[in-house]
Design a protein. Structure first.
Length: 229
């Protein structure tokens, strides 16, 4: 499997970059109490922060809103996933635990203020291409709705789009049966490659401490557009 960034993304934003982690031999289950506790505590602390600071004042949220607009989508109509989570927490509508992979993905997305997605490797067909969605980019999302992804960054395989920093599809969702996964970290454009790689190492280490298995990772950017898994 090859993961590749389309050149058109760099024509719009030359500093665009993402992190990719590949996990193998993992065990997904109900989240350990430690993870549930950290997720709950972080949300409670964030709720109090949001009483004095608006969602759009957080650096990561702000940067991804600007990128969203640059690619041609309306950040007020189609909010990226992390902003949507922050707005939920501002209303004390806290995220309830689902399973270990989703819970740690949500926790890290909140902590680093960036969208993240995790996908079952065996439900992805062929290579993965990251490109802007068009009028035909539609899928049933984890939000229970059919989502149109025009001018939104999408992950696509031979069957079509399956993921984005907006909402992910039902088709490639990780479950407790997943043993191999691909995690996409939508890094801030302002982050340099070295810091991005350090962040991926931290994320991968924390993920495998909970799920076992092993991981490899890389940062894709204009000088390193594709990676073989």
């Amino acid at each position: 499997m090859i993961v590749k960034l389309e050149n058109s993304l760099f024509q719009i934003e030359p500093t665009f970059k993402i992190g990719i982690l590949h996990y193998n031999k993992i065990v997904v289950s109900s989240s350990p109490q430690m993870l549930k506790g950290r997720l709950q505590l972080f949300q409670e602390q964030l709720f109090f922060d949001l009483e004095d600071k608006s969602v759009t004042e957080f650096d990561g949220i702000k940067e991804w809103r600007a990128l969203w607009k640059k690619f041609g989508a309306d950040p007020n109509r189609y909010r990226h996933s992390t902003e949507a989570l922050y707005r939920r927490i501002a209303k004390q509508n806290y995220i309830t635990p689902m399973h270990s992979a989703v819970d740690i993905n949500n926790f890290l997305s909140l902590r680093y203020e960036i969208p993240m997605g995790i996908y079952d490797r065996h439900k992805i067909h062929g290579d993965i291409r990251l490109a802007l969605g068009d009028e035909n980019s539609i899928y049933m999302g984890l939000n229970g709705r059919e989502n149109k992804l025009q001018n939104i960054i999408t992950l696509q395989d031979t069957e079509g789009p399956f993921g984005s920093p907006f909402v992910d599809s039902v088709r490639t969702a990780v479950t407790e049966d997943t043993t191999e996964a691909i995690q996409v970290v939508f890094l801030r454009p302002s982050m340099n490659v070295e810091d991005g790689q350090q962040l991926l190492t931290s994320i991968g280490t924390m993920f495998t401490q909970i799920h076992g298995g092993d991981f490899t990772s890389t940062v894709l950017f204009h000088e390193n557009k594709e990676w073989g898994i």
